[in-house]
Design a binder for this molecule. Structure first.
Ligand code: SF4
Length: 435
């Protein structure tokens, strides 16, 4: 049953998955709006007649969420609440043929690199001059910047290269231009993201050029915080750390997924690095910037992981005392080389191991937070919730790290920086008063 077109088409974009997917949705929104197609992002209002779902296909849980979202939207279409449902993103890239067969109610499926094809559905043109122009879905004082797409690494558990292709860097000039536009719109902090940050430039400049990019971005007036996410440890270009040290507006922060610490697991995961090399690297990084905040990500329950491997990972955490840790449970992904291994650890056991690892980290996180009591930090005011201001120090990225509960007698402006003296420490948060 076709809804009576009472109004101009209005598109609602629904984004699932990671910050890289979110940037893609922001770029798509910018292109649709520039073609005068009314577009919103994650709208809860029911005033749109077309939906584009930007899916995630990384691990089992994410795939389930994507499929359920598609089914919800095609159900709305069946009930005449929507005219069109389009699907793009990683799940669509990876399983297009299956999806076309299993959920034929979707009007069209697109891959991760098919933005112009999506625009064609709206008789809209891709406007290259808009590079960097996007409808931000983050609060206006911070934004993600995707510096490259794809990945050339071969981690055995990872399906991302299957969905995002080979590594391709965006030129420094284009990124600096984008940063300037973002600052003009009120952005003070950018999170640099990629599948693998340290590879930046190897394709277009034939050498690693992340430090050069960092200095160019740090020169952008008004950019107060530049933050690095998704750095790969193997063959890590240590001059990245020197750039962080030299430039006050590059946060003393580094997100470097390590995934495991037992050499058996690192080898089976094809991480191209050993525990000893990781310890040396982190030691070198901390030698150069003693107060740098290091975030890492780990996988629990990889095929063949023994109790000894888990114990080794826990002792590694106790020894290295990372500031921030996230743990995923292993997902057996077809098309990856790990899929040839026997997924011999039950889902419950995987969860238990992840829990064990995070219990070790919880203690470390509290101890490190307690060391901050009495100290004063520059804090970005992010939001006001339940009458309380919440913010972050330079050691905390958005959504994944600690928050600072800010006690303030006077009204604070969202997006402003304030000096906060820490008065209380919690496992994963701090509390303090404006000074
Ligand atoms: S570096 Fe990251 S994106 Fe690339 S294969 Fe490894 S886990 Fe996947």
């Amino acid at each position: 049953m076709k809804t009576k077109k009472l109004h101009q088409d209005k598109v609602n974009i629904i984004t699932l998955g990671c910050s890289k997917n979110m940037v893609d949705s922001e770029v798509l929104s910018g292109q649709l709006l520039a073609n005068e197609i009314d577009t919103v992002h994650e709208s809860t209002k029911k005033d749109h007649n077309i939906v584009i779902i930007n899916t995630c296909g990384f691990i089992e849980k994410a795939k389930e969420e994507s499929i359920n979202t598609i089914l919800d939207q095609v159900e709305l279409k069946r009930r005449g609440k929507l005219d069109k449902v389009y699907v793009t993103g990683c799940l669509s890239e990876r399983y297009k043929n299956n999806l076309e067969t299993e959920i034929p109610e979707v009007d069209a499926y697109f891959g991760t690199m098919e933005l112009p094809m999506i625009l064609k559905q709206f008789e809209a043109d891709y406007k290259a001059e808009l590079i960097g122009e996007r409808l931000l879905s983050t609060p206006s004082h911070y934004a993600y910047m995707k510096i490259s797409e794809g990945c050339n690494r071969t981690c055995s558990f990872c399906a991302i290269p299957l969905m995002r292709g080979k590594h391709s860097s965006r030129p420094i000039e284009s990124l600096v231009d984008e940063a300037k536009r973002l600052v003009q719109r009120g952005v003070k902090e950018v999170m640099l993201i990629a599948q693998e940050l340290t590879y930046y430039g190897l394709d277009i400049y034939k050498q690693r050029e992340l430090p050069k990019l960092l200095h160019a971005l740090a020169d952008v007036q008004g950019l107060e915080w530049i933050r690095l996410h998704y750095a790969y440890p193997s063959k890590f270009p240590i001059d990245i750390i020197d750039a962080i040290k030299e430039r006050p507006n590059i946060c003393n922060y580094l997100d470097m997924p390590l995934q495991h610490a037992s050499n058996n697991m690192l080898k089976a995961m094809k991480r191209q690095i050993t525990r000893e090399e990781m310890e040396d690297l982190i030691g070198d990084i901390r030698h150069r910037i003693p107060d740098i905040c290091i975030r890492t990500t780990l996988i629990a329950g990889f095929p063949g992981e023994t109790r000894d491997d888990v114990e080794e990972l826990k002792t590694f955490l106790q020894k290295m005392r990372f500031d921030r840790v996230g743990t995923f449970t292993y997902s057996h992904e077809e098309g990856t080389t790990a899929h040839d291994l026997v997924d011999n650890i039950s889902a419950e056991e995987k969860e238990e191991r992840a829990q064990e690892i995070m219990e070790v980290q919880q203690e470390i996180s509290l101890e490190k937070n307690q060391e901050k009591v009495g100290k004063v930090f520059k804090v970005m005011v992010d939001k006001k919730e339940a009458g309380r201001y919440l913010g972050r120090t330079e050691f905390d990225s958005v959504e994944v790290d600690n928050e600072v509960i800010i006690q303030s007698k006077k009204k604070l402006a969202i997006g402003d920086f304030v000096q906060v003296k820490i008065t209380k420490a919690y496992d994963y948060d701090l509390e303090g008063e404006v000074v």
